[in-house]
Design a protein around this ligand. Sequence first.
Ligand code: FAD
Length: 301
Amino acid sequence: MNRELVLAQLNKLLGAENVLTDEPMSKHCTFRIGGNADFFVTTCSGGQVAAVVDFAKSESIPYFVTGNGSNLLVADKGYRGIVVNIGRNMSDVTVQGNRINAMAGATLARIANIAASNSLAGLEFASGIPGTLGGAVYMNAGAYGGEMKDVVVSTAYLDTDGNIKEIKGQDHCFGYRRSVFADGGIVLSSVMELKQGNKDDIEALMVDFNNRRRTKQPLEYPSAGSTFKRPEGYFAGKLIEDAGLKGAVIGGACVSEKHSGFIINTGGATCEDVLRLIEHTQNVVFDKFGVKLETEVKYLG
Ligand SMILES: Cc1cc2nc3c(=O)[nH]c(=O)nc-3n(C[C@H](O)[C@H](O)[C@H](O)COP(=O)(O)OP(=O)(O)OC[C@H]3O[C@@H](n4cnc5c(N)ncnc54)[C@H](O)[C@@H]3O)c2cc1C
């Protein structure tokens, strides 16, 4: 199908206001890196996600789902396909007793704030993670001893056959920075079960966690958070620092002086710069300590 016909069909399915062409991905990820996506579409409902995925499959057009792009590294040449963004237009959050039902595009910060204002404890850990619920469930995001696994009780999702289904509890197969959705499926919404708590205590914990982030993490630079997963028995940042790589630079990419676990974009970094610095870091750490660092950041290209 030619480009004009794809555009016409996407406009029909989603409304022209939700379809962008040749969109710089650097605008849609926290690394601020990446070339153009042929199509960047924003969905407003599970039905629209299903429709656009069905269309992409039927025409053999590659597609990739994003939330806030806070764990993404996009190729300099961009993406030849459809980026399906689940964000602001799918971000309703409702509270019922101890349970919060959030759509995939709601940010963790907002959900955590809503939890706090309803005196619901358990999501404090998530308040400073700059992603959406969908990205956080996919990644089993976690911090300060908490992870999505601890709170998510059920998830509505689009399965690989295009059906909207629900899974509960252990069927999420949450592990370290992974969930069942790594094998396919698109998160549409999740229910989180929290505990009644004291509003002031909940807010104080969130402030404490966020202060710790500001002190320890290079939040003043674009990045995708921790570049590497935590290798069993080690901390990636400590290994990288002990390998003498703190401050190592390739082009505009740099191993943060503040937190060696973060590769930051000091201005004008290309994806190639970051990939070369990742590889260099992996090689030096492996040579010195025999530990293989795996990337936590997802690559799109
Ligand atoms: C400064 C900074 C600090 C960070 N701190 C932490 C931290 O403390 N703990 C932590 O775990 N992470 C952290 N991260 C990484 C990131 O915020 C999390 O991984 C977050 O959960 C990603 O969510 P997102 O919406 O941005 O996902 P994206 O980056 O858009 O996507 C990440 C992956 O999730 C998939 N995905 C996104 N939405 C969906 C969906 N609806 N259905 C299925 N798959 C989907 C994408 O295809 C991709 O593979 C940090 C990042 C930054 C920049």
